[in-house]
Design a protein around this ligand. Structure first.
Ligand code: S3P
Length: 177
């Protein structure tokens, strides 16, 4: 861990990645964590490990049931002490409690476009897009104010290689501390 990253670790806060579905939160988050030498956590992956596939949770408990599980999982991961990079699912910011918890952390917003998502992404594991790919733009428009309310800075992920974006985020984080 570098000196700057160590200082951030001392603050106990996480770097949290938010943003719409398929913006690259998991892949860029992994790279950022590797660069910093911090653990990486993806809350969707935690949910899958503990409760099963997201499509199955939606089918069984509905979106509301998924959101309850998501809010609990995010709360637990954000409360875990120590430096870490945490990637949230695209809809996690719908929870007011989650938005409030994000105030204690550094939050990076990753943005992309409907065109990039629909041409480059596998939609089968995303229940909200699988049957209605056009939903991405509608859902993003609804959530944009929530993302902007919690974010400390934002990056477009559809225009440059992921490694460069990750390096920018690491540089930004080090400037913060
Ligand atoms: C969702 C985003 C997904 C996942 C679930 C619901 C959303 O995560 O949590 O399918 O409501 O935007 P990604 O943002 O990683 O696709």
């Amino acid at each position: 861990m570098t000196e700057a990253a160590g200082a951030a670790a001392g603050s106990g806060a996480a770097l949290v990645l938010v943003g719409p579905m398929a913006a690259g939160k998991t892949s860029i988050g992994r790279r950022v964590a590797k660069d910093l030498g911090w653990p990486f956590v993806d809350t969707d992956q935690r949910i899958v490990a503990e409760h099963g596939e997201i499509t199955a949770i939606f089918a069984e408990l509905g979106e509301a049931g998924f959101r309850r599980i998501e809010e609990e999982t995010v709360a637990r991961e954000l409360a875990t002490p120590g430096p870490r990079v945490v990637a949230l699912g695209g809809g996690a910011v719908l929870s007011a409690a989650t938005r409030e918890r994000l105030g204690e952390h550094r939050v990076a917003l990753l943005l992309t476009t409907a065109e990039a998502v629909l041409t480059r992404t596998h939609l089968d594991k995303r229940p909200l897009l699988r049957d209605d790919p056009g939903a991405w733009a509608r859902i993003f428009a609804e959530r944009k104010p929530l993302y902007e309310a919690v974010a400390d800075a934002s990056w477009h992920t559809d225009r440059r290689p992921k490694d460069q974006i990750a390096a920018d985020i690491v540089r930004w984080l080090k400037e913060q501390i």
